[in-house]
Design a protein around this ligand. Sequence first.
Ligand code: SAM
Length: 268
Amino acid sequence: MRVDTTGKISLDHIYTRPDPRSYFSTLRELDYNIPELAKPHFSRLITEYRDAYGTAAPSVLDIGCSYGINAALLKYDATMAQLYDRYSGPDAQGQTRGTLLARDRELVRSGEPANHVRFLGLDASDNALSYAIEAGFLDGAVHADLEDGEPTDTQRQQLAETDLVISTGCLGYVTEKTISRIIEAHGTRRPWMAHFVLRMFPFAPIAECLAGAGYRTVRRDGFFRQRRFATPEEQSLVLDRLSDVGVDPQGLETGGWLYAQLYISRPG
Ligand SMILES: C[S@@+](CC[C@H](N)C(=O)[O-])C[C@H]1O[C@@H](n2cnc3c(N)ncnc32)[C@H](O)[C@@H]1O
């Protein structure tokens, strides 16, 4: 398996397919579960935001939203186990993109939203975003790589309307460049932020960028299992990287899993 410059295996090929089957069948093998672990934390923050500002249906921006996974979990109360079954269970290969979408739209239609929120997804994968919009998981999409360039005027306006910014499995690849472009798009407003970030990616540059914009960042207690290492080679390269950035892997990554931490940033 190919590894990228960080030592992690490259999974780029599963982010750009027309439907989520490769994504879920590949990540199932690795027990990828961070969106499920993140769900109660994001849910609590949305409630706190609603209570603090009296916003009935806050608008959430999900950076690296892929096929709308956090939206499906938070807005429609899906679970990762259900999504794994839906897209990589016994009948998944007999489905088409159209029949998968029909089943997803039924999920969206059938239930009262679990959380009254609007979801805007930002991702570099057009195919993933199109799927999430057609399924009804996302209310809006921004197809952009803000590491690489400024948002268009329309995208800036979409970003500016969001109240909370969240991410799972994306920061590290997405850096303070993207975060600062999102903040700039908001003008003087400051959306709350909650990011789950692998321990191999130092959060300090992002925290500094946020501090410069008037945010106070708090790391929540706890380590969150993101997924298993794909190969002993990947584990060894990531252990090297952790050592390079001064993180002690004993009792955590040495046990075979990649771990993330949760950072919450609010205007302070
Ligand atoms: C590991 S997936 C995480 C997806 C989802 N958040 C989850 O936890 O299941 C990473 C996502 O980040 C997106 N991504 C990577 N680099 C990006 C960039 N520079 N700008 C926007 N999205 C990016 C990929 O297309 C992919 O959908």
